[in-house]
Design a protein around this ligand. Structure first.
Ligand code: MD3
Ligand code: FE
Length: 202
């Protein structure tokens, strides 16, 4: 980890590794289908669909807000297990002594999917880094600072790129401005999938 707290691993997964990961995700999504979270209070639907793998999944709805829970909100089944290959990625990129408990799977597809500027602060272990893996179409990622009003910069995340966020950047504001349609051939149905690996509990 560098002084800024984030590390870009451009082209971390080669094409074959990306294809194998997508196959693995298709199996997960068969058991735990994508769902569309809603904003707390307003109930406004997200433009991004989500699901999770591992002991915990991140969910959000009008009534109960943002949280981690150990079951899928629609099927009410436990989330599918964390793929072994993602535990290897976590170990390789972070060397963190505890395992990730959540692989959040974000699907950017359809009409102008985006994720507004926010911080990831629903986890208890804020010493643990977050690992992001991009698959499919390129995303225009926005990285900010500690305060919403801090300057931001725009960075493209391509299929196969991995990023670790920890230390000084763990609570930085960030978001996805847009997806560049048809920039990748990885996903037959088009769009982008982002995986974030997270430790939740201390
Ligand atoms: C910077 N996802 O799910 S991953 C999210 O591409 C989320 O789907 C985006 O932000 C996506 O919460 C961005 C990059 C990322 C993830 C976690 C971070 C950047 C981060 C945590 C701290 C700082
Ligand atoms: Fe985030």
């Amino acid at each position: 980890m560098n002084i800024h707290g984030f590390d870009f691993h451009t082209g971390y997964l080669d094409r074959k590794a990306q294809e194998e990961l997508v196959d693995c995700l298709r199996q997960i999504v068969q058991k735990a289908p994508f769902f569309r979270p809603q904003m707390p209070r307003t109930g406004k639907p997200f433009s991004v669909e989500m699901t999770s793998a591992g002991p915990l999944g991140w969910v959000c709805d009008k009534r109960n807000g943002y949280r981690y829970q150990n079951f899928h909100p629609a099927t009410e089944n436990p989330w599918p297990p964390m793929p072994g290959v993602l535990l290897s990625v976590w170990q390789d990129l972070t060397g963190y002594d505890k395992l990730p408990e959540c692989c959040l799977i974000n699907l950017y597809r359809g009409e102008k999917p985006k994720m507004g500027l926010h911080r990831d602060q629903d986890e208890h272990d804020l010493d643990a880094p977050v690992v992001s893996i991009s698959l499919g179409d390129t995303a225009v990622f926005r990285m900010g600072g500690k305060n919403r009003s801090d300057p931001t910069r725009s960075i493209k995340l391509n299929s196969g790129d991995a990023v670790t966020f920890g230390g000084d950047a763990r609570l930085n504001y960030h978001g996805i401005d847009r997806i560049i349609t048809n920039s990748s051939t990885l996903l037959r149905e088009g769009g982008r999938i982002n995986l974030t690996l997270r430790r939740v509990n201390l």
